[in-house]
Ligand binder design. Sequence first.
Ligand code: TYM
Length: 410
Amino acid sequence: MQGRPAKTVRSALRPPLSLAPRARLRHNPRAHGTCHAPHPAIDPRSKLGDSHLTEFQPRVFSGVQPTGNLHLGNYLGAIARFVPLQDEMPAIYCVVDLHAITVKHDPALLAGTTREVTAAYLAAGIDPKKAIIFNQSQVREHAELAWIFNCIARIGWLSRMTQFKEKAGKNRENASVGLFAYPTLMAADILAYRATHVPVGDDQKQHLELTRDIAQKFNNDFADQIKELGLGIPNPTPSPELPDELFFPLTEPMIAGPATRIMSLRDGTKKMSKSDPSDLSRINLRDSAEEIAKKIRKAKTDPEPLPSEMDGLAERPEAANLVGIYAALSGKSKDAVLSEFAGQPFSIFKPALADLAVDKLAPMTGEMNRLLADPGHIDAVLRDGAGRASEIAGPVLRDARRIMGFLEGR
Ligand code: TYM
């Protein structure tokens, strides 16, 4: 069940502001275009699957890695934002376990961390009857499309990914090829469903720009086949950079709200992250009320009281972070939070923030723990979701294979 029938939107193809024209031209996906003759044996309109649309249907896709230590940044920047979207359009939320093996992992822990992300999705309010929830490795199309995209993306594009540089660190020669190619798998995750909208935190912006570049180059390189096979969708925003028919949409990143980049509680210039060695740097979604209160109490701040205007936070990253967290948890704007606490010292603001965080997070933590006590139920949700996800990705991949010219034996 994918919820109610989708309306089609043309805005799904509006170029987002985040993709500067220069960035697109730099890659110039058209420059790598190849001219493939249509395969005479292929009947263009045979076996049209779900992937044959007249317009791209709006569809949300997003994912979270099961690498342990799910934290407040994952919740506010992503998971909490997934919930209302399930009522706006068909939504697919994935536990991206194939991504989790790009760095050293412990196979004995992977099932547990996969269930933990699933439990967070459910406890946050994602309804598995409305949205599809599944783990990536159960749907083979992700890995298959990623391989095709490995042959579309350029080494230069991937070499520019800041997250690869950060994660690989100084010893880049020793990083896995999977870590380097990770963004092509992420593009495959999204485009296997021809998803039009992707809610993520700020740190994923560059990967989403790359996803658009890959879609654009695929659409350009194989424009003749797409047309010949009758698999194109009219391009609603014609431009010299794109053919008039597309197979993959240019996905819209959704990076908005007060919590797109939650920072470490120990250093307001560093992102809150699963891998920070200091547990005091983050609020984990399974922390107890006492741990949450303690971490907020110990959060780094400065001696000044809170200002009345946002300008007053410009040089105060730790204070700005705590105000952003308060705003996101309370559903208020940062301005509204500042007018409430203007002139107050942290000895007043921190306990108020701790109370709010415990109020919001404790019920979710309790629900996650309850769900995790019944792994069979979680596994059934993932199995059901994987079946429904395959029904969408299967026809897209079958058409992508035909576009690539692979001989179909069965
Ligand atoms: P991951 O698992 O690192 O993070 C999951 C989501 O949480 C967001 N996030 C944050 N938001 C605000 N503040 C923070 N400090 C913070 N830390 C993390 C991330 O932006 C993300 O939205 N590559 C992705 C997973 C992925 C994916 C996809 C996402 C794989 N395929 C397809 C969208 C679509 C990742 O590693 O997220």
